[in-house]
Design a protein around this ligand. Sequence first.
Ligand code: GLU
Ligand code: ASP
Length: 488
Amino acid sequence: MEKRQDASFFGQPRGLSTLFFTEMWERFSYYGMRAILLYYMYFSVSKGGLGFSQTDAASVMAIYGSLVYLSSVIGGYLSDRLWGSRKTVFYGGVLIMFGHIVLALPMGSVALFSSIALIVLGTGLLKPNVSEMVGGLYTETDDRRDSGFTIFVFGINLGSFVAPLLVGYVGLNINFHLGFSLAAVGMFFGLLQYYLGGKKHLPSNSLFPSDPLEPEDAKKLSIYVGSGIAVFALILVLLAMIGKLNINSIISLLSIIAVLTPVVYFIVILSSKKVTKVERSRVMAYIPLFIAAAIFWAISEQGSVVMALFAENQTQNNLMGFNIPASWYQSLNPLFIMIYTPIFATLWAKLGKRQPSSPAKFSTGMFFAGASYLFMVIPVSLFGAHAKVSPLWLVGSWAIIEIAEMLISPIGLSVTTKLAPKAFESQMMSMWFLADAAGQAVNSQIVHFYTPDNEIMYFSVIGAVAIIAGIILALMVKPVKKLMEGVN
Ligand code: GLU
Ligand code: ASP
């Protein structure tokens, strides 16, 4: 007789509740911190900030976001080969919590960069593995898997929605460090709940690595890692010798690494003997989707950078005597996701087999991503770059780009797993996060062009690039579908 399915959390296995709240709190801490970090960096010292230039602050935000997803490569590896996902997630959560605690202390730039290092590493350990564990709650044939992921993503957005309101209010209206401590408290709740719930409700195989590291591999790995670090250090020394070692050159170096990593990944996967002909064709099909995703993430992640600057500098935040904290705009992204999710779920269910293919959805998404930027050209053209405009412009822009997110983010996650060669399943999952990392690495360079006087140009060019990329992808839908070999 078949074992009775555990369906005690909205029809889903109880373990989903543990993972839901862990990731909800983790995202609460991450997006709460990010909603005030930009302002913390460039506000003057007298206003409690660090007094960076706006451009440097924007560039740091972008490269930070990039590294957070780039490090998922490390987290995936450590979980598969050393610790298993359960412990890796826990260690990650601890690092993240300490990352926020460091920022809660009034210690300036030293605290900032130590916190970035802790949170980059911690998120790399936590995020890919908590998502992977969601998949692990279901057998291959369990058709609750997709709805399980939908619930999980809802948890992500719930945390991301509440945080900018709460952490943002406290951080901007009372004190930045108090705001950062709220983020730490959030991660603490997440960890506590994970620890207690995990023991009872998470499958015990998550306690072990799926592909334990052999001594032979360990040796190879230490050589690779050792030489990587040596080359990195050497480049830093060279930069110092020519007098170019500064925050911008380090950011550029890191952004090159973030863009090259997926390229290397693709080469390794495509040239591996473990990959069959059909699988190779599917990975080829994934390349244009990956590039589209990177462009989409570049625009969407600028929401916490460029749009956050717009929210503070060019938006009328005083509404009938109430002062809207600029960080509150960060809640619009997750808010629209929560509003749109049931609409899109109904739409896909209604269309059933007649729904567009993943590349077609992606290309439509690119169009909306570009449109959200072209939309911002309107207020700047009408009122100039030095006027304060209605908050509705930002609301409108987010309403547009979140349609793109619905067409790209969940679809991409699912198509990634479907196109993954058997031997590279978890690497392909990391690849999905690498699209975001690559997009934000590019952002760390292009945000330098964002100045009020250059705004119309900035929004038009980036919007146009996304739309043109969307058109190119639309023209490629047929050949890409062919390469996908039966996957939709
Ligand atoms: N907003 C998403 C999250 O925080 C972005 C992750 C991704 O790049 O897929 O989970
Ligand atoms: N929509 C983002 C994600 O899916 C959340 C955010 O940017 O606030 O989690």
